[in-house]
Design a protein around this ligand. Sequence first.
Ligand SMILES: NC(=O)c1ccc[n+]([C@@H]2O[C@H](COP(=O)([O-])OP(=O)(O)OC[C@H]3O[C@@H](n4cnc5c(N)ncnc54)[C@H](O)[C@@H]3O)[C@@H](O)[C@H]2O)c1
Length: 322
Amino acid sequence: MHFFGKRVLVTGGAGFIGSNLVDRLVEMKASVTVLDDLFTGDLNHIQYRDQIQFVEGSVTDYKLVEELVGDSELVFHLAARNMIVSTKTPYLDFEVNARGTFNVLLACRRRGVKRLVYASSVSVYGNPRYLPINENDGYNILNPYAASKMTGENYCQAFYETYGVPVTIVRYSNVYGVKQSPANPYCGVVAKFFHQVMRGEAPHIHGDGEQTRDFTYVDDVVEATILAALSPRAEGETFNVSTGIEISVNELAREILRVCGRDLEPVYVDRRDIDNIRRRVMNIEKIRKVLRWIPTVTLREGLRRTYQWLQTAHQPSGQMEG
Ligand SMILES: NC(=O)c1ccc[n+]([C@@H]2O[C@H](COP(=O)([O-])OP(=O)(O)OC[C@H]3O[C@@H](n4cnc5c(N)ncnc54)[C@H](O)[C@@H]3O)[C@@H](O)[C@H]2O)c1
C-alpha cells in the first residue's frame, strides 16, 4: 500500500491514535496535514513532525476546516473530546464531537474529497444484549460521549445517502499502545495501570474487575483505518475494529504486572459513573471479510511494546485523575 504524495488531512493527528496514524501515513509517502487544538494531543508524539504540515486549530472553526479539507484527497477525522471530558462538560462534547464532525462533513461535501474516514467508538453499543456485538446490532446510548459519537455517525450516513459523500465509519474498542501517554489524565485503563505499576503502586481497579473489554493494539487500529480509506469496498460502510477477544480488567491487570515483573495485589475501588458497561466484545467478521484485515498483535505482545516505549520515552511521574 502506498500513498505516493496523496494529500491527506488528519484531524486529531497529534493525539494517541492520530499520531500513530500520521507516522504510518508519512512512511507510506502521503503528504500529511494535521489539524489539532492540542487539547490532549502532543506534537512530540509525531515522529515525523518535520515532514508534515501542522495547523493548530479547532474542528469547530468551519472556515479553517474547509480550507484544509479543500487541499486534501483523503480525510481522517479523529479529533474528539474523550469520554471523561464529555461527561464533565457535555456542551464541549457536543461542540467538538457533533458539530465538529458536521463541519468536516460539510467541507468534504463542498470540496469533493475522495474518502472521509470517521473514527467512531464501541461506546455507541452501550450495554449490549448479545455478544460479540455486530455492526447492525442495536445502539444503546448511555452517556453524552456515546450520543455525540453516534450523532457524528448519523451525519456521516446521512451525507453518504443524500449527497454521496464517500464516508467510512470505523468503530474502535479500547485502543492501547505506544504514544498513549499516562501523563494525559484521560488516557485509558492500560496506560493508567502501567503508570501505577511502574511507580511500584498496585493497579487500582474500579468495581470487581470482572467487567470485560476488547483491548486493541494501536498498530492494528492504524492498519484497519488506512484500509478503510483505500478500499473501494469500504465506501458507505461501518466496521468494528478490535481483536474480538474478551478480556476482564482483572486479567489485564495481571498481564501488566507480569510484563512489568511486579508482584502486587490490585486494589479495588468504587465504580465510577462511566463504568456502567459490564461486558463488551465486538464481532470483527465483517472487516475480516470485506477489507481482509485481521489484528496481528496479541495482548501480551502489545503490552510488551507499550512497556518498552514507556521505559524509554516516558517516565511516569505525578498524580493522575481517575
Ligand atoms: N482510544 C480509544 O480507545 C478509542 C476508542 C474508541 C474511539 N476512539 C476515537 O478515536 C479518536 C482518537 O482518540 P484517541 O484515543 O487518539 O484520543 P486523543 O485524545 O489522544 O486524541 C484526540 C485528538 O483530538 C484533538 N482534539 C480535541 N478537540 C479538538 C478540536 N476541537 N479540534 C481539533 N482537535 C481536537 C486532541 O488534542 C487530540 O490530539 C477519537 O475520535 C475517539 O473518539 C478512541
